[in-house]
Design a protein around this ligand. Structure first.
Ligand SMILES: Nc1ncnc2c1ncn2[C@@H]1O[C@H](COP(=O)(O)OP(=O)(O)OP(=O)(O)O)[C@@H](O)[C@H]1O
Ligand SMILES: [Mg+2]
Length: 332
């Protein structure tokens, strides 16, 4: 079954525990995106794990899923988690299974035989290594460094160490030659992330993903909201202006997409003086500094009003790209 998520630009089908990603028409490919994709695909083909690193909302997870559609093999998804221990990646014994045979063939002789066997259940990393799937380990640095240690020998020697299966003679698993991995991570200074050990970083090729260029951001906001290109450009300009501001807002792509989707759904346009539009911007772009007040007025609201005044046409104005040009070129 294909799941189409209106909040995401990736479609996927779920079969058992595997994800089969499908290319989505909402995925935007610009030269910026294509360059990253092409490089990443080459690294995977050569056999290297790819790591998209960068701030929140820059498109890392979307890139990982899109890369997976190009790779064309089933995907196993892992989400980094502070609570994980390595058995959450590899698997564990879930107890003993007792089986007994009662042989009552000759009625005067009763023979019983009991056997205890340990029951092991593979977790996702082990399944991916066995089957040669593509592992996407999203936000892997949310798991503790020692949890991820098990990946060291997987990525360099092609061996997965499974101490829990030592008794069964399967203490080591040869990683399938088709196995590949894509990692994503947020910077270390983000709350809830851990420093990644250098040894692991050394085994993958890291592509640093920053905020995409304006053209890419505009196309993404437009595609994800269905707001007119010209109107979407005003919003991208607002978010960009704030990003360049001293107070350093950390908004990624999501803020612009959210404002554009809300406007599009409500049939609104980004206009200076439209109270609802200003309020939507305060809410979506809100951050810590929004609490600071001067003479009973939020300094943050004043700043947003100022940016809207510089960028958006006033309410009621007849708008054309020539009369109210955006910083991003929009074809009329
Ligand atoms: N190329 C693209 N085409 C269409 N939409 C995109 C593209 N890249 C990113 N997006 C959209 O931008 C938003 C943020 O992207 P994504 O979730 O991939 O960022 P991220 O870097 O993984 O963020 P985080 O670090 O917070 O997990 C999502 O709504 C996603 O659908
Ligand atoms: Mg992500």
């Amino acid at each position: 079954m294909i799941k189409k998520n209106t909040l995401s630009s990736t479609n996927y089908a779920v079969e058992d525990d595997l994800i089969v990603p499908e290319a989505s028409d909402q995925f935007v490919v610009t030269s910026y995106v294509k360059e990253i994709m092409d490089r990443a695909l080459v690294y995977l083909k050569v056999g290297y794990p790819v790591h998209f690193a960068g701030p929140s909302g820059t498109g890392k997870t979307t890139l990982a899923f899109h890369l997976a559609t190009q790779w064309g093999r089933p995907v196993t998804l892992l989400q980094g988690n502070e609570e994980f221990v390595s058995s959450d990646l590899t698997g564990k014994d879930i107890g003993y299974r007792k089986s007994s045979v009662v042989d009552n063939y000759i009625h005067s002789v009763l023979k019983t035989e009991e056997q205890m066997s340990r029951t092991w259940v593979d977790n996702r990393l082990t399944t991916a290594c066995r089957n040669g799937d593509l592992l996407i380990y999203d936000e892997f640095n949310r798991s503790k460094a020692e949890t991820n240690n098990v990946l060291l020998s997987v990525l360099s020697e092609g061996i997965l160490n499974l101490p829990g299966l030592r008794g069964a003679g399967e203490g080591y698993l040869d990683v399938h030659p088709n196995f590949r991995a894509i990692f994503t991570s947020n910077p270390e200074e983000y709350a809830g992330t851990h420093k990644t050990q250098d040894a692991l970083m050394d085994r993958m090729i890291t592509i640093n993903v920053g905020h995409p260029d304006r053209d890419t951001e505009l196309k993404i906001v437009h595609a994800r909201s269905e707001l007119d290109l010209q109107e979407a450009a005003y919003i991208v300009d607002i978010v960009n202006e704030l990003r360049g501001n001293d107070i350093q807002t950390k908004h990624g792509l999501r803020a612009g997409i959210a404002i554009a989707r809300i406007l599009s759904l409500q049939g609104l346009k980004p206009r200076m003086g439209d109270k609802l539009f200003h309020n939507i911007c305060y809410d979506v772009l809100s951050m810590e500094t929004a609490k600071i007040q001067r003479a009973g007025q939020s300094v943050f609201h004043e700043m947003i009003d100022d940016v809207i005044r510089q960028i958006c046409p006033p309410i009621g104005a007849a708008v054309s790209a020539k009369k109210f040009p955006t910083k991003i070129k929009v074809a009329e």
